[in-house]
Write a protein that binds this ligand. Structure first.
Ligand SMILES: *Cc1c(COP(=O)(O)O)cnc(C)c1O
Ligand code: SF4
Length: 388
């Protein structure tokens, strides 16, 4: 419960502290009535889209102002007032700010960068439907998001409003799924599917639920991070009735781990929805063990499991976010054994051109000889184990 207290005089437990209070609002929004501030519709309507909007909340550097101009037309800008409230108003290196405010580095295209790094087009089986793996499919139902993440892998699609799928196209995707009994798991993605109205979203989920061979439905959404008020009690109750439903979200930094976000994740879990976090490893934002651990421990306290740690993809315009592979491997090595296994995500790269996700693991196997496997544990000590 918000503001729940322990025994008199006792310090709040971490569990109670996570959901206590409110995120402080910037002066520009101090007068907004609470009923508006916590309304997802108000937040959507009042998104910051222009330089002047952002300047009401943060001091843009001249470089950021120029980048805003230079990148416009390539990738949209929008920031919910709630997400803007998480930004440091003066520090351009603020991890929230870097995820949402354009930078000139987005114009740089490296030799490995591609427009469609995952080769999703190659596996398109119906408008907006990618069937890449044997038993699961990924369905893009919208190109809109409350906040446009500067590191988005689907930049090209999300940037192009004409790429959105329309109602008749939905029917084609549903017809494909209905006639492919091998598909037992569907990821509803975008854009952010929670950009749809409640009725349209529920229409999508219930249409999937009516297909008998579809067992698992996942909603891939960053709303718990960028617009936690989106998951109203009413919507969550209606979604829960269509379960088993999984909500896969995308927390990257402790600054995003607010009481509002904690209440959102707990509401989902309380209703019986299963939640998981897919973090993207971002240079200068979360590319160190302490930051990843803090986020992972926080999401676990909200009953959300760290699932993936993604290497930033080879999408054009996000090269400045990419970290060396060794950084990701070192983070996993520093987590495994040192903290709850539940706090250790799979570190994955998406193989360029449609190879799919490949999990990378730090080498635990030191040798394999004379019927003996030699392994290294988390403390660096060596142990032998019979191979057969
Ligand atoms: C990531 C992804 C999935 C889901 O993969 P999991 O490993 O099951 O989470 C499905 N289809 C596509 C195209 C994907 O990129
Ligand atoms: S919410 Fe997801 S799809 Fe939308 S911009 Fe962010 S990463 Fe891309």
């Amino acid at each position: 419960m918000p503001g729940q207290q322990g025994p008199p005089g006792a310090a709040l437990s971490a569990i109670a502290r996570d959901v206590a209070g409110e995120t402080p609002r910037p002066a520009a929004f101090a007068e907004v009535p609470a009923a508006d501030w916590t309304s997802w519709r108000w937040q959507q309507r009042n998104r910051l889209r222009a330089v002047a909007d952002l300047e009401r909340v943060i001091e843009l550097t001249s470089g950021e102002r120029d980048a805003f101009e230079a990148t416009s037309g390539r990738f949209r800008v929008a920031v919910t007032p709630y997400y803007a409230a998480l930004m440091d108003p003066v520090d351009p290196a603020c991890p929230v700010r870097r995820q949402a405010v354009p930078s000139a580095a987005e114009l740089t295209v490296g030799p490995w960068d591609r427009q469609d790094p995952l080769g999703e087009e190659r596996f398109l089986v119906a408008p907006g439907l990618t069937h890449r793996y044997p038993d699961r499919a990924l369905w893009y139902v919208t190109h809109n998001c409350p906040v446009y993440c500067r590191h988005c892998t689907r930049k090209r699609k999300v940037a192009d409003p004409t790429s959105a799928t329309s109602r008749p196209q939905w029917d084609a995707a549903l017809a494909y799924l209905a006639s492919h009994p091998e598909v037992r798991d569907v990821l509803v993605s975008g854009g952010d599917p929670l950009s749809l109205s409640d009725d349209r979203l529920l229409a999508v989920v219930s249409a999937l639920r009516r297909i008998p061979h579809i067992e698992v439905i996942r909603l891939c959404t960053r709303n718990p991070v960028t617009l936690p008020f989106r998951f109203t009690e009413d919507l969550v109750r209606r979604l829960a009735s269509l379960g088993p439903l999984f909500v896969h979200t995308h927390f990257n930094h402790p600054r995003e781990c607010t009481p509002e976000a904690a209440r959102c994740l707990r509401r989902l879990a309380d209703a019986g929805l299963s939640t998981a976090n897919q973090m993207v490893l971002l240079s200068g934002i979360n590319d160190d063990v302490a930051t990843v651990k803090r986020v992972n421990h926080w999401v676990l306290r909200q009953r959300c499991r760290p699932y993936y740690l993604f290497q930033a993809d080879l999408a054009e315009g996000i090269g400045h976010f990419r970290t060396p592979i060794q950084v990701g491997l070192d983070i996993i090595a520093a987590l495994r054994g040192h903290t709850s296994g539940m706090a250790v995500p799979h570190y994955v790269v998406d193989a360029p051109g449609g190879g799919g996700k490949v999990a990378l693991l730090p080498d635990a196997v030191v040798g394999r000889a004379d019927g003996v496997l030699t392994v290294r544990n988390y403390q660096g000590k060596l142990f032998e184990y019979p191979l057969a």
